[in-house]
Design a protein around this ligand. Sequence first.
Ligand code: CP
Ligand code: NVA
Length: 300
Amino acid sequence: MARHFISVFDLGEDGAPKVLKRALEMKKSDYRSDLLSGQVVAMIFEKASTRTRFSFDVGIRHLGGATIFMTPAESQLGRSEPLRDTARVLSRYCCGLVVRTFGEAKLRELMAYGSVPVINALTTEGHPCQIMADVLTMYERAPNLEKQRVAWVGDGNNMANSWMEAAACFGFELRLACPKGYEPDMSLLQICRKKGANILLTESPQEAVDGAHYVNTDVWASMGQEEEQRVREIAFQGFCVDEKLMALAAPEAKFMHCLPAHRGEEVSEGVLEGKNSLIFDEAENRLHAQKAIMEWVFKN
Ligand code: CP
Ligand code: NVA
């Protein structure tokens, strides 16, 4: 049976901290291996990417493998070849599929019809690779994750959903502030709370940021929502992470953003570029976290 990575939960209660620890070891040792030697990973991207594409490609090379990248526009996917056929064809050439797409149902279809592991490189519902990198960014600073308070200010999007899963797996407190109508997946919130996660959902950015050790945000309109930009700019008034909001957080609180960022919208230029901004450490940690995730997936 192929081992897939679709959500942080897939790592399991024991697995998630182990993968995190392993990612830090890999980072410290500038890890290389021949785990994927002679093998090729297919990268299927239906949305744009800089960090995810590069960090997977580089990480797969560090593990001795190679990649082939494709988008719908340059493959038969864009001419309506069914995903289930693509899954069965690519499974015969490649050892795994790294996929960035819209609905998670597409990943489930690839899993159902293909015979190799599927790794979620972002869907509309979640971004688990980014979250593992972000938790690594916290962990390398303060390993006592259960003592940390994390604030999320903005859209209840893929990142917010994955943060909730991480709160359930790693035990930090999560306070999400989302405008009315832009909440995260409420059934996932219930699942995370049932697993013991300490998650507060509010409409007040001030309440979420109060005393937080890490303050997170993301764009107001995610990929595929560009047409909603104007409406969202109105709905998200008061949700910009600026110096005034950061002043409510814990002393020396860190700012986090998965990038790309819209300066002056969800975050001020000063906070994004400030001394407490972790944005480039998060971007770097994509590489290390994904190498550990791929070891978990492919060493199975
Ligand atoms: N954070 C992130 O996933 O960036 P890319 O869209 O550039 O891959
Ligand atoms: N929420 C953003 C994350 C980009 C990495 C999006 O889905 O576009």
